[in-house]
Ligand binder design. Structure first.
Ligand SMILES: NC(=O)c1ccc[n+]([C@@H]2O[C@H](COP(=O)([O-])OP(=O)(O)OC[C@H]3O[C@@H](n4cnc5c(N)ncnc54)[C@H](OP(=O)(O)O)[C@@H]3O)[C@@H](O)[C@H]2O)c1
Length: 338
């Protein structure tokens, strides 16, 4: 058994993590043993390794926040799960590893015939995309929204969910080579960030009012988003990929009544009712397992290759997510993992 462990945090995320061997006790009466199938490396995981994230586990810790696993052993009191069942891993449980024991009551079963790579990414980014579209501005079919980092995983889910809800999207990316992929996912307009963004958006949308701006970049990208919005609009910042403070001209706040606010999924998990969370995941699981909601995958790595995997995930201009897929899952799932 292998796990990707870090004992310190530091500015170079792949320098602080390493694959180490470990052993597990048999599962207790209310636990199951899981073989991990897939677990992505998200920007928040990289920030956790550098010490910049809003929630930092005690050290030593195992990297990884979400993923899917297969039940391979049952504690004697577990009745509602079966050997072979695929489940969503508990959030924040250190998921870059080959095996774990987990309390059975906290595990959500998933369709066993769905793509495990896609299932492994469903806990964080799809609910974020869904909530960004519903929690801040009341939108109706035909309304436009604008977002930057549109070729990110969250951006792709926003584009797909917006299209499914009859909304239109202006998608902003930072490089020309990302445009086609965004349009293929159903984006209505995709533009490269830069000068004259306001005029280019107005031309592409026939001057339609845009009342929601979704910002994962911050820095001056926030001010360019603000320049495209109608009076009384909201910008929701949910990521800081530029590492810069959000910059919005004071006069946009004053004369155009622009509101700048933030979103953190961890806060939603703390405050949303069980029913809201169950409804959210019911819809997301249905859409992801049926292939209606997807994210691109750039590469998969074994747990033993965690340093290369983290280095790849922390780099820009990727073709999609980097996912940790243990060797045993790759061998068992040749068709799915390629
Ligand atoms: N607040 C929350 O609750 C929450 C939840 C989920 C995700 N997030 C945040 O959402 C953001 C996107 O996450 P993800 O998993 O969808 O990301 P991802 O798939 O890894 O994509 C990263 C995106 O950031 C862009 N990017 C990278 N460095 C950049 C820079 N210096 N300036 C501008 N853009 C840059 C990339 O563009 P290129 O392809 O051109 O490099 C790509 O579009 C992250 O900041 C993440 O932390 C927040």
């Amino acid at each position: 058994m292998l796990k990707a462990e870090y004992r310190s945090r530091g500015p170079v995320p792949h320098d602080v993590i390493e694959a180490v061997e470990f052993t597990l006790e048999p599962p207790t009466a209310n636990q199951v043993r899981l073989e991990i199938l897939a677990s992505p490396i998200n920007p928040s995981d990289v920030l956790t390794l550098t010490g910049e994230y809003g929630l930092l586990p005690d050290l030593p810790a195992v990297g990884g926040n979400e993923g899917v696993g297969r039940v391979v052993a049952l504690g004697e009191d577990v009745g509602h799960l079966a050997i072979g069942e695929v489940v969503m891993l508990p959030r924040g449980s250190g998921t870059w590893r080959t095996h774990m024991n987990a309390e059975a009551s906290g595990l959500t079963p998933l369709p066993s015939d769905a793509d495990p790579l896609q299932l492994s990414m469903l806990t964080v980014n799809p609910p974020t995309a869904s909530l960004l579209l519903t929690e801040f501005v009341e939108l109706h079919p035909g309304d436009w929204v604008i977002q930057n980092a549109a070729n990110s995983a969250v951006g792709g889910y926003v584009t797909q969910l917006a299209a499914a809800r009859g909304l239109k999207t202006v998608n902003i990316v930072r490089r020309e080579s990302a445009v086609d992929g965004v349009l293929e996912l159903g984006g209505d307009v995709c533009l490269v960030d830069g000068p004259r963004l306001r005029a280019r958006v107005a031309e592409a949308t026939d001057q339609a009012p845009i009342r929601l701006g979704i910002d994962a970049v911050a820095g001056t990208s926030t001010s360019r988003l603000a320049s495209t919005l109608a009076k009384g609009s909201t910008i929701v910042c949910y990521g800081a990929m530029s590492g810069e403070p959000c910059s919005v001209p004071a006069l946009s706040l004053i004369f155009s009544d622009i509101t700048l606010t933030g979103f953190w999924l961890a806060r939603w998990f703390r405050t949303a009712s069980r029913e809201s969370q169950a409804a959210m995941f019911g819809e997301i699981i249905r859409l992801v397992s049926s292939g209606q909601l997807t994210a691109k995958v750039a590469a998969t790595y074994d747990v033993s290759e965690i340093r290369s995997a983290v280095e790849h995930a922390a780099s820009g201009e990727r073709a999609g997510k980097v996912i940790v897929v243990p060797q045993h899952a790759r061998a068992a799932g040749q068709r799915v993992f390629g």
